[in-house]
Every structure is written in structure tokens, then in C-alpha cells.
Design a protein around this ligand. Structure first.
Ligand SMILES: [Zn+2]
Ligand SMILES: [Zn+2]
Length: 181
């Protein structure tokens, strides 16, 4: 890819574009397979790969999907269940693996680490501490903890672990149900 094309692709994925500009770009994508391939490659590089048949999608759909940076789009992609012992980067607690599901946050302070693009892939270069910002019901009797990265501001969600040894700190979960953020 030439530098010019790379810059064009970055602008296309990053800039706050007007609807009119997006429409024009979608037409450019329809007309230019080279640009289409470059956009798909850049989306993959960013950890947001599109499905294999995306090169035959209309430009509008490619743009919408490639520009989506929401957590849902990330979580959809092949999570890898990793369940390992770790030392909490925030409170220093030694946290044992759960044994059945991935233990991805500290049960004592609820902090996690921004290390994954897709859960378990360890592809995020950030490594910042993920602070819990609020909690919401997650179907059944589960809870989902929403996180924001202290370093880069990325938002993440993890399921609370209530059946672990130890389980997540219930007082903090309850306090976070009332938080807005
Ligand atoms: Zn901790
Ligand atoms: Zn981060």
C-alpha cells in the first residue's frame, strides 16, 4: 500500500465524517476494489476484521462495519477463554484461576487489564488498568461489569464472577449498580 492510500484509508476510518462525505466515500469504495481491499486490511490490522465475504459488500456496509468501534463488534469475534492465575495490577492481590470460566478481573477490587482486542487474544498494546464504572444485569442472575481503561479510555465489559473462590466482592458490585458512567 502506498503512503497516500494508507493515509486515505486512515482518514476514512477515523475522521468524524458527515453523512454526505460518507456517501461519497461509499461510492468510491464501490468503484475502487483497491481502496476496498485497503480498508478491509486496515480494519483487520486494528483488530476489527470483517467477514471473508465483506469484499463483495456494498461500500456503505463496509464503511459502517469497518468504522464501528463499539464493544459489541469486538466481542463478537472469536473470544479465547483464558483462565490463569495473576497478580492484580491495581491492588496487588494474588488471584487464582477460576477453574471453569475465564477469570479476567480481580475479585477484590474488580479491576481488569486492557490486554485484549478480542477477549483472550492478548493483542491490545495498551496494558492499562481497566476501572469498573458501572454494573448492569446480564440475564439470568448474572451481572456485567462495564470498564473504562485508565490509560486510553477504551470501554470493555466482563461478566461478574459470583461462583468463584473467592467470588467478586459483592459490596462493590452492588455499589456499581447505582453508578452512572
Ligand atoms: Zn485487585
Ligand atoms: Zn487501554
Amino acid at each position: 500500500m502506498t503512503e497516500d492510500l494508507a493515509a486515505q484509508v486512515r482518514a476514512l476510518l477515523d475522521d468524524d465524517l458527515s453523512r454526505g462525505a460518507l456517501k461519497r466515500l461509499a461510492r468510491d469504495l464501490d468503484a475502487d476494489p483497491g481502496l476496498r481491499d485497503a480498508v478491509l486490511a486496515e480494519a483487520t490490522r486494528r483488530g476489527n476484521p470483517l467477514p471473508e465475504d465483506a469484499s463483495s459488500w456494498p461500500g456503505k456496509r463496509i464503511l459502517r462495519r469497518a468504522r464501528a468501534r463499539d464493544v459489541e463488534a469486538m466481542e463478537r469475534l472469536n473470544p479465547i477463554a483464558r483462565d490463569e492465575d495473576f497478580t492484580c495490577a491495581h491492588c496487588g492481590a494474588d488471584v487464582p484461576a477460576h477453574g471453569r470460566t475465564a477469570r479476567d478481573h480481580c475479585p477484590h477490587c474488580l479491576r481488569s487489564l486492557h490486554v485484549d482486542v478480542v477477549p483472550g487474544d492478548r493483542a491490545a498494546g495498551c496494558g492499562g488498568v481497566l476501572d469498573p464504572v458501572r454494573v448492569e444485569p446480564a440475564g439470568g442472575d448474572g451481572w456485567r461489569i462495564h470498564y473504562r481503561c485508565r490509560t486510553c479510555g477504551t470501554e470493555r465489559r466482563n461478566r461478574a464472577i459470583l461462583d468463584g473462590d473467592p467470588p467478586d466482592d459483592w459490596k462493590q458490585i452492588v455499589a456499581l449498580t447505582a453508578a452512572v458512567g
